[in-house]
Write a protein of this length. Sequence first.
Length: 100
Amino acid sequence: MEFPVIHTNILDGIIAVPVIIIITQCFKLFPIPKKYFPTIASVLGFAISIFASHRGNLWAGIFMGGFYSAAAVGTYSSLKTSWIAFKRKRMKKKQRAAAT
């Protein structure tokens, strides 16, 4: 078995990941349970990779689609966790200032 040669460039990752995050956020306008959003991001990542970035090479599309979707889910999770930590820290500062 011969492994596929995957030709990609930095623009694939720079464009695909934010597009996946934005489209996934648009899906939040519909009454979909939160547990399905990582799956939606994965499907979008595979679709973008297979049908846009790596047309004609299914295995490369599947391989890179996993990376695109994982990067999108990880980026969103990281941003959300950082934002929550920032808000808690700011709230604690306000409470300390109000207590003194």
